[in-house]
Design a protein around this ligand. Structure first.
Ligand code: ZN
Length: 250
C-alpha cells in the first residue's frame, strides 16, 4: 500500500494544505479527508480524476470536507462515468448535498455517475471498494471518528481530528502506519492530541511507523527542534514528520 500525504496542515495553516492522505493499493485509490484545498493536491497527484474510488470524511469541519465541491467539479469536467463512494459519520449524505449545492446548485443534476454513501457509527466495520474499514470515536469538539483501513495485508490507522480515546487503542493496535493528529507539543489541549500523547499511543499500540500531522502552525515552525529531539529518543517505532507530497510504501 502506498500512502501519499497530499497535505499535513491544520485548519488555518496558511503554509500547509489541510491534512489529506491518498492510499493506493492493488489498483484502487482511497482518499482520507478532503479539506479546503485537498482536492487540488489530489487531482495533481492522480492526474486522471476517474482513478479515485472513494473518500473518507472523518467529521464535519470544513478543513476535512469542504474540498468536495472541487473534487466533484473535477469529476464533472473529466467526464467521469464510474461510480464513486463517499464514507463518513451518520449524516454524510446530507452534509455532502449541502456543501455541493451551496457551492454549485446545478452540479449534482449534471453528474453522470452514481454516488454511493456509506454511513458509519463508531465501532462499525464495513468493506468499501475492497478496503476494510473500522471506526472508533475521537474526543473532539465536533463528533469525529478515527479509522482503521486495511488492504493488501497492510493496515493504516488515521485519527482524523481529536484526542486519542480508549477505543483508538483497540483498533489502532499493530497498524503498519499511524497517521495521528498532533496539534500541540506536550500540553493538554481540549479536543486535540499532542506530539507527546501520540508518541505514547503509537508505542503502546505497537505501530510500525507513525506520521505526525495537523500540527498547530507555531508548533510546526518554531518548535521543530524540540519535536525532532523527542522523536530521536523513540526506539520502539519509526516516527515521521511528513511534508506535503511525501510518500511511504508499506
Ligand atoms: Zn475538527
Amino acid at each position: 500500500m502506498k500512502c501519499t500525504f497530499l497535505g499535513v496542515g491544520s485548519a488555518f495553516d496558511a503554509g500547509q494544505s489541510n491534512v489529506s492522505v491518498l492510499l493506493e493499493a492493488e489498483g484502487r485509490n482511497f482518499l482520507l479527508d478532503c479539506g479546503f484545498n485537498a482536492g487540488h493536491e489530489c487531482m495533481r497527484t492522480l492526474q486522471d480524476p476517474s482513478m479515485l474510488d472513494a473518500v473518507w470524511v472523518s467529521h464535519f469541519h470544513g478543513d476535512h470536507f469542504f474540498g468536495l465541491p472541487f473534487l466533484f467539479g473535477s469529476f464533472l469536467t473529466a467526464g467521469r462515468s464510474r461510480e464513486f463512494h463517499v464514507c463518513g459519520p451518520s449524516g454524510i449524505e446530507d452534509k455532502f448535498t449541502q456543501v455541493i449545492d451551496l457551492a454549485y446548485p446545478t452540479m449534482r443534476a449534471k453528474l453522470a455517475f452514481g454516488v454511493v454513501f456509506h454511513e458509519f457509527s463508531p465501532g462499525d466495520a464495513k468493506s468499501v471498494v475492497g478496503f476494510n474499514l473500522r471506526t472508533c470515536v475521537m474526543d473532539h469538539s465536533e463528533s469525529a471518528q478515527g479509522l482503521r483501513i486495511e488492504r493488501a495485508g497492510k493496515a493504516v490507522f488515521y485519527s482524523g481530528d481529536g484526542r486519542i480515546t480508549e477505543d483508538c487503542r483497540c483498533i489502532g493496535r499493530n497498524a503498519d502506519l499511524g497517521i495521528l493528529e498532533s496539534y500541540g507539543l506536550d500540553e493538554t489541549i481540549k479536543g486535540h492530541s499532542s506530539v507527546v500523547e501520540c508518541i505514547d499511543f503509537a508505542t503502546l499500540a505497537g505501530m510500525g511507523k507513525v506520521a505526525l500531522v495537523h500540527l498547530e502552525p507555531f508548533v510546526r515552525t518554531c518548535r521543530s527542534d524540540q519535536i525532532m529531539n523527542m522523536l530521536a529518543q523513540v526506539d520502539e517505532c519509526e516516527i515521521l514528520l511528513p511534508e506535503e507530497g511525501f510518500s511511504v510504501e508499506l
